[in-house]
Design a protein around this ligand. Structure first.
Ligand SMILES: C[S@@+](CC[C@H](N)C(=O)[O-])C[C@H]1O[C@@H](n2cnc3c(N)ncnc32)[C@H](O)[C@@H]1O
Length: 237
């Protein structure tokens, strides 16, 4: 076997072993279902879990079984590791953001329907309470769905704009399977705000995090921002 063949074989083996170890590490983590029974998932806890496996420990595991790694393999491993560690929380986050137990949809005076937290265990600050779900549309698709009047697309109450990627999450169709309870989260300003919205334009997901502890009976609210209300003049905010 010439040196090139040996090197390719070496690289392939390392890649397979390394990928296996990374995949194993992802699946070895406690399943989301083992988290506390509430509508929320502790974001800090998730982050801690994914930091638990360090690149060094993976590399030294591989080196122990196969000998010292070549620099190029190490660089490749670092790149893969960075990719996996960047994405793993998001893959798992997506899994964890499901319809919240403990959320009740009922009348909120002056605002229509609202989402209220009714469980007795407190939603801790930093917890993820839900994902904003709906049909993901481009501006083109949106204008087909809602034909513009005088050149302007008429807004609907359940449209979330992901500005960074010019996409829209439309949660208007209540009977659509892609829609969930978060469409009932109302707007508020000041001290009563208990959620903040997080947007990941790359992964095209939007979710809500508690900015303080939220107790039983509280309505879940966030500040929609000025842009949402453009065209809604006269509306009580
Ligand atoms: C995403 S929906 C929230 C759920 C809505 N209340 C419902 O009954 O379906 C957004 C709409 O709710 C209403 N809304 C939300 N926050 C409000 C507020 N602070 N004051 C008045 N209306 C509000 C507005 O009609 C707004 O366009």
């Amino acid at each position: 076997m010439d040196l090139r063949c040996f090197y390719i074989l070496y690289l392939t083996t390392i890649t397979v072993v390394y990928s296996f170890s990374v995949v194993q590490n992802i699946f070895r983590r406690p399943p989301i279902s083992s988290l506390p029974p509430s509508s929320s998932v502790d974001a800090e806890d998730l982050r801690r879990r994914f930091k638990a496996t360090t690149l060094n420990s993976i590399i030294s595991n591989v080196e122990q079984s196969l000998g010292p790694l070549l620099p190029i393999t190490t660089t490749f491993s670092i790149a893969t590791y960075c990719y996996v560690t960047y994405n793993a929380p998001l893959w798992n986050l997506k899994k964890s953001l499901e319809l919240g137990n403990g959320i009740e949809i009922r009348e909120s005076p002056g605002k229509g329907l609202g989402a209220f937290y009714v469980n007795s265990n407190v939603i801790k600050e930093g917890s993820i309470v839900g994902q904003y779900k709906g049909d993901l549309l481009t501006l083109n698709e949106l204008s087909k769905k809602y034909p513009p009047i005088n050149g302007t697309i008429s807004k609907n109450d359940y449209l979330f704009e992901i500005r960074e990627s010019s996409l829209y999450i439309d949660a208007k169709d209540a009977d659509s399977t892609s829609v969930n309870w978060t469409r009932y989260i109302n707007h508020i300003e000041g001290d009563e705000v208990n959620l903040r919205v997080e947007v990941n334009a790359l992964h095209k997901i939007v979710w809500f995090e508690a900015i303080r502890d939220i107790k039983k009976g509280e309505e879940l609210c966030f500040d929609y921002g000025e842009r949402y209300w453009e065209g809604y003049e006269g509306m009580v905010k």
